[in-house]
Ligand binder design. Structure first.
Ligand SMILES: [Zn+2]
Ligand SMILES: [Zn+2]
Ligand SMILES: [Zn+2]
Ligand SMILES: [Zn+2]
Ligand SMILES: [Zn+2]
Ligand SMILES: [Zn+2]
Length: 228
């Protein structure tokens, strides 16, 4: 039996109340930014703070992450003065008031969901070899546009591809960073089409479950439920 209230490290000032969100609820999770409607989460009424139970259980206060191996990353609320800060992995906006994993020293920010992106995957676009997430420059072998710093690359034949292109599921509007910087709502929508589509692709889900020992599967289930 889950507790009706819980303390949560990322919102230490108040106890959070266990809540089953109505199917018409418009609240979104402050960690993963996906909808809470029809799902169980924890809420602080005073601060309008909401999180999925799955996200509260899975996302730890500090993590070590392959894309920033030098320092520990800390789950932090994006301060309102940091308008326009973007995720170092997917290059989309980190909305103010929502959570990111940060290294303050290096100004490295990454969406909590982007920490689920596996270091090594097998893509349907390039099934013959493993692809690794690396930082470099060049052009995407799928869409021909400039690559973001972090992307997936084959070590054998130099096939390279955007995170948003690698699943083989086309997502429109994911690269409009400059416009999206002014608009958190738009940023959230495009992220739900790019990274979420990636995370929910069957073969990648398998890889993520392997990498996390199955611990992330409740988060993937929540994303799946929030998508439709
Ligand atoms: Zn969540
Ligand atoms: Zn509060
Ligand atoms: Zn991201
Ligand atoms: Zn650092
Ligand atoms: Zn691409
Ligand atoms: Zn290859």
């Amino acid at each position: 039996m889950a507790a009706a209230q819980r303390r949560y490290f990322a919102h230490p000032q108040h106890l959070l109340l266990r809540t089953t969100y109505k199917s018409t609820s418009r609240q979104a999770c402050d960690i993963c930014c996906a909808k809470l409607s029809g799902l169980v989460g924890y809420r602080c009424n005073a601060c309008d703070f909401d999180i999925h139970e799955a996200c509260a259980d899975y996302f730890k206060e500090t993590i070590s992450f392959f894309a920033h191996p030098w320092h520990t990353l800390t789950l932090s609320c994006m301060p309102t003065e940091n308008k326009g800060s973007i995720c170092d992995l997917c290059r989309e906006v980190c909305p103010t008031g929502k959570f990111v994993y940060r290294c303050i020293q290096c100004a490295f920010d990454v969406h909590p969901l982007c920490t689920l992106l596996p270091q090594t995957i097998r893509s349907p676009l390039h099934p013959q070899h493993d692809l690794n997430m690396v930082p470099a420059t060049g052009h995407c072998s799928a869409c021909r546009e400039d690559l973001d710093v972090w992307h997936y690359r084959c070590g054998f034949c130099l096939y390279k591809v955007h995170i948003r292109c690698v699943s083989g599921v086309p997502s429109s509007g994911a690269s409009q960073i400059t416009n999206a910087a002014q608009n958190n709502a738009l940023a959230q929508r495009s992220r739900s089409t790019a990274v979420t589509k990636f995370l929910l692709k069957q073969s990648f889900m398998f890889t993520i479950n392997l990498a996390t020992g199955g611990l992330a599967s409740p988060v993937l289930a929540v994303l799946e439920a929030a998508l439709d």
